[in-house]
Ligand binder design. Structure first.
Ligand code: SF4
Length: 443
């Protein structure tokens, strides 16, 4: 198909979309048992049950009664950890108020004091990798929950300014779409040095997804492949890194600085260097994250799993005497409220969700994000900017799915804390003594 043949949504598709959205099919209404789910759905990390339970939560705002919404079947990492809950009777009552808010500026400087109402926010997914409708769904939801989402590296679509207090502007190695205006609008600027799903490989947007609007936003030529190199070619030391942050601090005198890094074996040194360069947030991105566009071989073989990286960084920062001056955020394969609570118990302050947001909006984990057989991107209108396909996700619909999904996650996070006898998510940080490792079925 020639590139311009799908530039306008057809009447037929619009009619079909409207119909499906109102007859409930596209709502991914699912039974509360696993029976009837397609056998091919999911994999060991994102199992059929996890996908179905995420849809259930996005549909109802509650955790499903008969599906495993806590863990996958990977046989490792978070899937081998469980909580040492207090016996019933010693747990906090369901009426106990539990504080799950998260303070992001711990440096004690005169920049913004930002506190979000949840111990997680939405990770970067660029315009080009996803549509404006998906970005706006996430931004509206972030505004609703007083949390954040990141633009990723693809520029700042004008509609996002409506939610600017809840949108992180990302500056990454290709500098795509980096503008003074979007830097000045943001409460937090995120420097992306690498992604845990593909460290050392940079980013690649296929030509078929870099249409007219995407190319205009990125300052490039339509339908030409776009590469974000690895690393920043201007940064090879902590001093270079500090110059980078100083540049942005000059452009925006109040924003917090977040530094997103992958998890090499010396990630503890990288994290401490980032703190001394001026970061308020050190964002660790482990293996197993990324959409279906990240190569499987890279996801499984390069970066350190986030379950190992978090305690390594947490302990090293304690040793350096700086742990309480910085916020550690973890991402990369974090799928559920239970995963997030485990990451915090391992030493993180909070987490970032990316794929989970997409699954809540209908992603089936089919791995066709890069283009699929049609070359047009995600058949469910998520990781695509195709003019017809993106109509599958309407902003209000996407925001409502995420709103309900976050409600279910928030309730489950509070339940975990109450069952551990904690009234504040900050009390869970670094409490590895509250976790139990399951080996061969034995605790
Ligand atoms: S449903 Fe869409 S977003 Fe999900 S894996 Fe498939 S192509 Fe990617």
């Amino acid at each position: 198909m020639a590139k311009n043949e799908w530039s306008k949504p057809s009447e037929k598709l619009m009619e079909k979309t409207h119909h499906l959205m109102h007859d409930g099919f596209h709502q991914r209404v699912i039974p509360d048992s696993i029976y009837g789910l397609p056998e091919a759905l999911g994999d060991a990390r994102w199992t059929d049950e996890l996908i179905a339970s995420t849809w259930y939560m996005a549909e109802t705002g509650e955790c499903p009664p008969h599906l495993n919404y806590k863990t996958g079947r990977s046989g490792g990492g978070f899937d081998r950890l469980e909580f040492k809950e207090l016996p019933e009777g010693q747990q906090l009552s369901p009426e106990t108020d539990v504080d799950i808010s998260l303070t992001l500026n711990r440096r004690g400087d005169d920049r913004r004091q930002i506190k979000i109402d949840l111990p997680w926010y939405g990770g970067g997914m660029s315009y080009g990798s996803v549509s404006v409708n998906v970005m706006m769904s996430r931004a509206l939801n972030a505004k609703n929950w007083n949390t954040l989402m990141s633009t990723g590296e693809g520029g700042y679509p004008p509609q996002l300014y409506e939610c600017k207090e809840n949108v992180i502007t990302q500056v990454a190695t290709g500098y795509f779409g980096v503008e003074e205006k979007s830097i000045q609008a943001a409460p937090i600027i995120e420097f992306k040095y690498a992604q845990g799903a593909k460290p050392g490989l940079g980013g690649h947007l296929l030509a078929s997804k870099a249409g007219d609007e995407v190319a205009a936003m990125r300052g490039s030529v339509p339908f030409v492949s776009l590469f974000s190199p690895f690393p920043f070619h201007s940064t090879y030391s902590v001093e270079d890194h500090m110059k980078h942050l100083d540049w942005i601090k000059t452009v925006n005198p109040t924003a917090l600085m977040s530094v997103k890094v992958s998890t090499p074996h010396d990630v503890d040194m990288v994290a401490v260097g980032s703190y001394y360069a001026g970061a308020h947030i050190v964002h660790l991105d482990g293996a197993f994250g990324g959409t279906g566009a990240a190569p499987e071989i890279a996801k499984k073989n390069i970066a350190m799993p986030i379950e190992l990286a978090i305690p390594k960084v947490h302990k090293f920062m304690i040793k350096e005497g700086i742990r309480d001056n910085v916020t550690i955020i973890a991402s990369g394969g974090i799928r559920t409220a239970d995963d997030m609570a485990k990451a915090i118990a391992l030493g993180a302050d909070g987490c970032v969700l990316g794929t989970s947001d997409l699954v809540a909006m209908g992603c089936t984990r089919c791995s066709n994000c890069e283009g699929g057989p049609s070359g047009r991107g995600c058949p469910w209108g998520l990781t695509t900017t195709d003019a017809e396909l993106q109509e599958w996700v309407q902003q209000a619909w996407g925001a409502e799915r995420l709103n309900k999904y976050y409600a279910a996650l928030s309730n489950r996070m509070k339940e975990i804390l109450r069952n551990l006898g904690l009234s504040d998510v900050g009390q869970l940080r670094g409490r590895t003594d509250l976790l139990r490792y399951i080996a061969g079925g034995e605790a």
